[in-house]
Design a protein around this ligand. Structure first.
Ligand SMILES: Cc1cc2nc3c(=O)[nH]c(=O)nc-3n(C[C@H](O)[C@H](O)[C@H](O)COP(=O)(O)O)c2cc1C
Length: 383
């Protein structure tokens, strides 16, 4: 991969040592412009480490956290799995852990900034003498600006901020706010996103055009593409439209290192024709009672709940928003209650639970290691 790649250039300060003694040299750590998305329940220490160890840049999912202590412990576990991150013998102010932490902005607002501040202080590091923070902070869904300001004020110089956007306007605002990396997420994406959003095919080039208008190259942030990308041809296509790299969610769900349940992975593997067999909905946020702000929904594999929701809405208009009404959809005769959702969760019943997935699921034909998947994306193997 050419070093002119803007994403790789941005993270070239992340190095690892090879050799020992006088033969010890530092080489760039991030060599593949592939980012694994922050996915609650579907990414974790093993996947983050696998992506980092194969030259990618992973985002550890902070998501809907309630216990900051546990997150810091898990970050420490993650660090132990990443190769060549031994703390330097002399403390250095330019040292970072080679991953980002991914926050959901509206959830962070509910919980308060303490966890972010602890991570900025390096409290997710294993080293007792010289604490290193992650290299970057990812924010999606909601107002990231207060947290951007916290990173700029309390973060180690060189800390990067990544923001995921769904519109041209959001992208230009992020550029004006001097965000380092903008992730352009199209409607194809698995998991959450804006309800009103273009396909990546049109959103990405329009964002790239807007970011370059009246700007010099150095004023344009790194642009990454997200949504439905599963293959090397798609990787090349978004690269040709101005992306420096990709953010992949669904593709990494189907890797060995993803902590998602095997029965869910098997179901993903059976899902073809992703535009037909996935759908965007808010119903699962209502069932989980996460109270997502207006304007967002999430793409899932169609199941009994989404079919019943669609049938109901066809007959009566959109009704199943929030509260007890949503639980009714857990039973065919609309007699479902909250206990049915608790039971479905215990039984991992994906006829009733959300199986987040992008439209690119139909292109994913087998479960493989994260490293093998990254090689496929870069066309290092026949697809
Ligand atoms: C299971 C799952 C969980 C996700 N969770 C988050 C999240 O917590 N925060 C976030 O910014 N994006 C989240 N996303 C969206 C990703 O950041 C990314 O935009 C998306 O996965 C890209 O599309 P793809 O899944 O088709 O590759 C999630 C996606 C999936 C599939």
């Amino acid at each position: 991969m050419a070093t002119s790649n803007k994403f790789l250039h941005t993270f070239r300060h992340l190095t690892r040592a090879t050799g020992s003694g006088t033969a010890r040299t530092l080489v760039p750590r991030v060599t593949r412009p592939i980012v694994s998305a922050p996915m609650n329940g579907w990414s974790g220490p093993n996947l983050v480490a696998a992506v980092a160890n194969h030259g990618g840049f992973p985002i550890y999912p902070i998501g809907y956290y309630t216990d900051p202590y546990n997150i810091l412990q898990e970050l420490k576990n993650t660090t132990t799995l990443i190769h060549d991150v031994d703390p330097p013998t002399t403390p250095s102010n330019t040292d970072f852990l080679p991953y980002a932490v991914g926050f959901i902005s509206f959830w962070l607002e509910r919980q308060g900034p303490e966890l972010l501040l602890a991570i900025l202080r390096g409290e997710g590091d294993t080293s007792s003498s010289h604490k290193r923070p992650p290299a970057a902070y990812w924010f999606s869904f909601g107002d990231y600006r207060p947290y951007l300001a916290l990173v700029r004020e309390h973060g180690r110089p060189g800390s990067k901020v990544i923001v995921q956007v769904n519109t041209v306007q959001e992208a230009v605002e992020a550029q004006n706010n001097k965000v380092d990396v903008i992730v352009v997420q199209g409607t194809e994406a698995g998991g959450h996103g804006a309800q009103k959003v273009s396909p990546l095919m049109t959103l990405l080039p329009e964002v790239v055009h807007a970011l370059h208008e009246n700007k010099t190259a150095s004023q344009v942030p790194v642009v990454l593409a997200a949504g439905g990308i599963s293959t090397a041809l798609q990787f090349k296509a978004v690269e040709s439209m101005g992306a420096s790299g990709v953010v992949i969610g669904t593709g990494f769900m189907l890797t060995d290192e993803s902590p998602g349940p095997q029965r869910a992975k098997d179901r993903l593997l059976k899902t073809q024709d992703g535009g037909v067999n996935t759908v965007r909905t808010r119903i699962f946020d209502d069932l989980r009672e996460f109270d997502w702000p207006e304007g967002y929904d999430g793409r899932v594999v169609r199941n009994l709940v989404t079919e019943r929701e669609a049938r109901y809405e066809q007959a009566h208009g959109p009704k199943f928003n929030k509260g007890e009404a949503a639980f009714k959809l857990l039973k065919e005769d609309h007699s479902g209650v909250k206990a049915d959702y608790v039971k479905a969760t215990a039984e991992q019943d994906y006829d009733l639970l959300p199986l987040w997935s992008g439209t690119g699921v139909g292109l994913l034909k087998k479960q493989i290691s994260a490293a093998a998947f990254m090689d496929l994306l870069l066309g290092k193997e026949q697809q």
